[in-house]
Design a protein around this ligand. Structure first.
Ligand SMILES: Nc1ncnc2c1ncn2[C@@H]1O[C@H](COP(=O)(O)OP(=O)(O)OP(=O)(O)O)[C@@H](O)[C@H]1O
Ligand SMILES: Cc1cn([C@H]2C[C@H](O)[C@@H](COP(=O)(O)O)O2)c(=O)[nH]c1=O
Length: 212
């Protein structure tokens, strides 16, 4: 049986990485076979593409180039990591996937969500996530969190104006309306423990309904 593909989405600083790590451990303790990974990156070729996209010096990057690079990194990561693990029947928790491209490049950069969806269809075929946890937070609060985290390196996308990050959130709302059945909405403005407990309960419920 094919495994389960879960993605984590939301604006900067919403807590995706923190909660994904905690969920990975919790699901393993429940006896699930879980793989944690992230985009862009997760394998050497995609990590190299990540360096190019997020490098603060690459200010000349065109929006379509950016969208194509994310899609290329996605393809390589899917083929090398996600698809083999799903074929083994595992659960893949992936920090960001296609919805990030739709929200950031499609809506916030103004490329158009449908256009970006189409180039991503070429990259992913029918490998859409089975479920997506959306970490809902006010973009200003998310940016405050990453600014107060001294260990996190600031990247080219972080440096965009607040208006850009507001548009990212607006883009996510379009996407959630379009693929309602896939999304689990998480109120990410609460404490880490509260967010973790809600996401764990939602995920276990989803897995039980999926027959796992
Ligand atoms: N619920 C929370 N309350 C307060 N701080 C939090 C919460 N969740 C995460 N943080 C802190 O906010 C910062 C960003 O968290 P994290 O890296 O998990 O977010 P993210 O959504 O993965 O961000 P990005 O997409 O920008 O990488 C970290 O310093 C983390 O410890
Ligand atoms: C997958 C993907 C990501 N982005 C943006 C979102 C973030 O600003 C960075 C990734 O950094 P993180 O710390 O790992 O969250 O890239 C994007 O614009 N489009 C995408 O498809």
């Amino acid at each position: 049986m094919r495994g389960i593909f879960i993605t984590m989405e939301g604006p900067e600083g919403a807590g995706k990485t923190t909660i994904t790590q905690m969920l990975g451990k919790a699901l393993q303790q429940e006896g699930y076979q879980v793989l944690l990974t992230r985009e862009p990156g997760g394998v050497p070729i995609s990590e190299q593409i990540r360096e190019v996209i997020l490098n603060k010096d690459n200010t000349a990057m065109d929006s379509r180039t950016e969208a194509l690079l994310y899609a290329a990194a996605r393809r390589q990561h899917l083929v090398e990591v996600v698809m083999p693990e799903l074929e083994r029947g595992g659960i893949v928790l992936c920090d960001r996937f296609i919805d990030s491209s739709l929200a950031y490049q499609g809506h916030a950069r103004g490329l158009d969500i449908e256009e970006v969806y189409n180039i991503n269809k070429f990259a992913i075929g029918d490998m859409m996530p089975d479920a997506t946890l959306f970490f809902d937070i006010d973009p200003e609060e998310g940016l405050r969190r990453i600014q107060s985290n001294g260990e996190r390196e600031v990247n080219r996308l972080d440096l965009e104006a607040l208006d850009f990050h507001k548009k990212v959130c607006e883009g996510y709302q379009f996407i959630i309306n379009r693929w309602k059945e896939r999304f689990i909405i998480v109120d990410a403005g609460r404490t880490i423990d509260e967010v973790f407990e809600q996401t764990k309960a939602s995920l276990l419920d989803f897995l039980a309904k999926a027959g796992n």
